[in-house]
Design a protein around this ligand. Structure first.
Ligand code: PLP
Length: 384
């Protein structure tokens, strides 16, 4: 059976060039970057080269990049480091209702510690309004954290507008760029952000590696202690193979960005059009144009997302309903609910996220595979 992988927002395969790069640092050049001998120095060189590649791709300086274990840790470090360092100035944090749980739950945990939290609403497309962000800022506001692009519906947020407002009001601004990195341009100066999170496994590097950008001169402090690695901002022996892989993956993503963006946008539009034409009672979730080039979220009325996933899996198609972290739970996605989509309809969401390996043939096959599945499930559905 032909396999179609439409779940690139959950994770991506490691690119062969990235795997090759990584392998060198698992086997031959295995030294500890803190060691004085040549194996150690070579490992250190790999870490610093990767740091340069990450910094260059987002318009940052090398010293502003801290390597982490992934997107979740980058979000934690960004948010907690910023609010703990600015506690004397204020205690108010602003976020949005559609953030990934790595951000939302960190903010909620901080609320329990005594910080004040404002959660901005979104419109029907899952978009945050910069005016709402401006109105929410108070004298005691110390941090705004709003994601660059949403993992569940693909909507791209007006980050540079919010960043401009935060900057004028002297408030730190963090964005989670885990889903946007490698798919649309990400530049810390254009976006006007002070902190930005990246994850390796969404961009053809392995799982368990990520990066955090921390703008030079901002008030931020570490809260992990140990060795002096990462300029004491994230101590612990560096994941050299993972870091080298991340550097390579970001280099490849930057090289191919324009071409891949156009190719995936074409496939995305074909997929959306094909399904909407062939199947009734389906709607697109998220913004029609301000969305990631690879991202489709379709809501099929009268069906459960989980049953579609199982049927598709039997046909060799890997997809997802909601985010990978929440699938398996039966509560509908907090993102769809925040967008005002009713509970019973939100259950019928199917996320299809395309990537490097997908072709027009995959899209055509999917458009033909889906109608009989939907017909069968709807015939059995108590919701019809
Ligand atoms: N932020 C967003 C927007 C994500 O989509 C994810 C993963 O799905 C994360 C953060 C967490 O990243 P990681 O899996 O690298 O911890």
């Amino acid at each position: 059976m032909r396999k179609i992988y439409f779940d690139h927002s959950a994770t991506t395969p490691v690119h062969p060039d990235v795997a090759e790069e990584m392998f060198r640092y698992l086997t031959d050049i295995f030294g500890n970057p803190s060691s004085i001998h040549s194996l150690g120095r070579e490992a250190k060189k790999a870490v610093e080269e990767a740091r340069y590649k990450v910094a260059e791709s987002i318009g940052a300086r090398k010293e502003e990049i801290v390597f982490t274990s992934g997107g979740t840790e980058s979000d934690h470090l960004a948010i907690k480091g910023a609010v703990y360092a600015n506690r004397k100035k204020g205690n108010h944090i602003i976020t949005s209702a559609v953030e990934h749980h790595a951000v939302l739950d960190t903010c909620k945990a901080l609320e329990k510690e005594g910080f004040e939290l404002t959660v901005l609403p979104v419109d029907g497309y899952g978009m945050v309004s910069p005016q709402d962000a401006a109105k929410a800022i108070k004298d005691n506001t110390i941090l705004i954290t709003v994601m660059h692009a949403n993992n569940e519906v693909g909507t791209i947020q007006p980050i540079s507008e919010i960043g401009g407002i935060a900057g004028e009001r002297g408030v730190l601004f963090h964005t989670d760029a885990v889903q946007s990195m490698g798919k649309i341009p990400v530049n810390v100066n254009d976006l006007k952000v002070d902190l930005l999170s990246v994850s390796g496994h969404k961009i053809y590097a392995p799982k368990g590696v990520g990066a955090l950008y921390i703008r030079r001169g901002i008030r931020w402090r570490p809260f992990n202690f140990g060795g002096g690695q990462e300029r004491k901002r994230r101590p612990g022996t560096e994941n050299v193979p993972g870091i080298a892989a991340l550097g390579k993956a970001i280099e490849l993503a930057a090289r191919d960005l324009g071409e891949e963006n156009a190719r995936l946008t074409f496939l995305r539009e074909k997929l959306i059009k094909g399904i909407l034409e062939k199947i009734d009672h389906v709607r697109l979730a998220g913004h029609p144009t301000m969305r990631l080039p690879n991202h489709v979220n379709l809501i099929f009325e009268f069906i459960e997302g989980e049953s579609m996933l199982l049927s598709l899996d039997m046909q060799g198609v890997a997809a997802s309903s909601g985010s990978a972290c929440t699938s398996g739970s039966l509560s509908p996605s907090h993102v769809l609910l925040a967008m005002g989509i009713p509970h019973e309809i939100a259950h019928g969401s199917l996320r299809l996220t395309l990537g490097r390996s997908n072709t027009e043939e995959d899209v055509d096959e999917f458009i033909n595979t889906m109608p009989p599945i939907v017909e069968r499930l709807r015939a059995m559905s108590p919701l019809c």
